[in-house]
Design a protein around this ligand. Structure first.
Ligand SMILES: Cc1cc2nc3c(=O)[nH]c(=O)nc-3n(C[C@H](O)[C@H](O)[C@H](O)COP(=O)(O)OP(=O)(O)OC[C@H]3O[C@@H](n4cnc5c(N)ncnc54)[C@H](O)[C@@H]3O)c2cc1C
Length: 469
């Protein structure tokens, strides 16, 4: 990876053609597309504080038990090469002796995905007319301008760029309990601190707050590391992620769903599930059929129905839509059956340290729960989607200065159909594009690789004609 370590402040004021903020999967996919399609010596700068590119949150885990939630055959980073990730896995001999069609159906370890994107980025760099510079610093502030955007990094250096793509990705939700921030170190570990979670494994009891995909990650990590203590899983709905099924998609026309209000739509979906069951197909086949329409399904609901969805349906939607590999599901289910994992439907009220033990106070539908004593708590509350609650200084600055506004329902940042960030007045800014989960309010489905690869391609295509002209 080319990184000009000798670059100084004065050199950095030379404008870049394209600045990409965030070097997780989304930012790297933007860089990859820009390098592949550049026809002149455009200068691309990628800002990422982490020392390794393409990992972000999802693909930073080195542990083999953390699997992709999507089969390898659907994880290509390039829309025009749908088998590209499978090609990579075969070339890298990641699953020795396994035939191609089986590899395509396999939920492989997530670490392979970062390796894949890094390799493709290096290959694109080697053959591109453009140059990529990687700067391992976070961008703290951005001032959009008519032709140049000004960027300020954490080390105080200033950069200029003609086009900027924001790919800042996911922020973790803080623990929803007063005082959680003030607990002694080691008592609260983020589920995305993959090594930290494993280090908690032992004989003591632990609690996981949140019961979604990050909970599943933590449970399999603890089990693999030999945890023997009890695992209390606490969440408001206590719904566990459901498993994928090898079934393909059900045969029905999903288009009429788009014209229905929410209630009728949910009724129709249940009808499709019954029809599928009559043909011995699992409910997952219905979800797979409507998966490509994820954004259209959200955008075709009116504002009131979107609010109803967020209030009443989203928890159930999430566990049906964001599924886990069957093996992971089976592992979590077995721990619950054995009694080692205990699920509590409850809202966390407080976390107290008493006599060296962490005590959880919570209340459920029947009122206050018996306090639970544990050695440590894992925060698996997942992705923060509310713009105003995100703890990213750059996003806070953009919102405070009116260069961005929260998306519909306060979710993510507002952007137009081309992904241009809307300022506080709602005006799309031609030099500032958004890629990834921050588009959730407008698109809803804007988190996983099938959406990110398309957005990344569009963002690079949108930025390059301007700077290559
Ligand atoms: C645990 C987990 C598992 C997942 N598994 C799958 C899966 O199997 N398949 C799938 O398709 N999707 C999966 N996803 C969805 C996942 O969000 C996307 O696939 C993808 O990883 C998102 O990448 P991103 O770059 O948008 O975000 P992130 O991974 O969050 O990366 C954002 C990057 O931006 C950087 N950044 C943030 N702010 C700044 C700043 N101010 N300046 C510079 N850099 C900054 C961060 O350091 C980070 O590296 C998973 C998500 C999670 C959380």
């Amino acid at each position: 990876m080319f990184y000009n370590a000798g670059m100084t402040t004065s050199e950095s004021t030379f404008p870049a053609d394209l600045a990409i903020i965030g070097g997780g999967a989304a930012g790297v996919l933007v860089a990859l597309n820009a390098l592949r399609s550049a026809t002149s010596a455009v200068q691309i700068v990628l800002f990422e504080p982490a020392s390794t590119l393409a990992q972000g949150i999802a693909y930073a885990t080195p542990w083999p038990e953390h699997l992709l939630n999507v089969p390898a055959g659907k994880m290509s980073g390039l829309p025009e090469l749908p088998g590209d990730f499978v090609d990579y896995l075969l070339q890298a001999d990641a699953l020795p002796g396994v035939p191609r069609d089986v590899v395509a159906d396999t939920f492989v370890a997530r670490r392979h995905y970062a390796d894949y994107l890094q390799q493709r980025l290096a290959e694109a760099q080697a053959h591109s007319a453009a140059a990529l510079h990687v700067v391992h610093e976070p961008v703290m502030a951005l001032q959009p301008g008519a032709s140049l955007q000004q960027l300020r990094l954490a080390d105080g250096t200033q950069w200029q760029a003609r086009q900027v793509v924001l790919a800042c990705g996911n922020s973790m939700r803080p623990l929803p309990a007063p005082g959680a921030d003030a607990l002694p170190p080691g008592r609260v570990v983020d589920a995305w601190d993959y090594d930290g979670v494993r280090m908690l494994a032992g004989d003591g009891d632990l609690a996981i707050i949140g019961s979604g995909l990050s909970m599943a990650d933590s449970v399999v990590a603890l089990a693999t590391a030999g945890h023997r203590g009890r695992i209390h899983v606490l969440s408001r709905h206590a719904l566990l992620p459901l498993p994928h099924a090898h079934a393909g998609s059900a045969e029905f026309d999903p288009q009429p769903l788009l014209d229905m209000p929410l209630r009728a739509r949910m009724r129709a979906l249940r009808g499709h599930v019954r029809d599928a069951a009559a043909q011995c197909l699992p409910w997952q086949s219905v979800m797979d059929r409507i998966r490509p329409l994820g954004q259209a399904l959200w955008q075709s609901l009116d504002g009131a129905d979107q609010r109803r969805f967020l209030r009443h349906v989203v928890r159930y939607w999430d566990v049906h839509r964001h599924r886990i590999a069957e093996t992971v599901h089976a592992q979590v289910a077995a721990l619950e059956q054995s009694g080692q994992l205990q699920r509590h439907r409850a809202r966390l009220d407080a976390l107290l340290v008493l006599d060296g033990t962490l005590q959880l106070h919570a209340h459920g539908p029947q009122g206050g729960m018996q306090p639970v004593n544990v050695g440590a708590v894992i925060n698996a509350t997942g992705v923060e989607t509310r713009a105003l609650a995100m703890r990213n200084p750059l996003l806070q600055q953009l919102l405070a200065d009116g260069h961005a506004r929260p998306g519909p329902h306060g979710l993510g940042l507002d952007s137009d159909a081309a992904g241009r960030v809307r300022d506080a007045q709602g005006q799309p800014q031609p030099g500032l594009q958004l890629v990834g989960s921050l588009r959730i309010g407008t698109l809803w489905e804007s988190l996983a690789i099938p959406e990110l690869r398309v957005q990344a391609q569009q963002a690079a295509a949108g930025a390059l004609p301007t700077v290559q002209a």
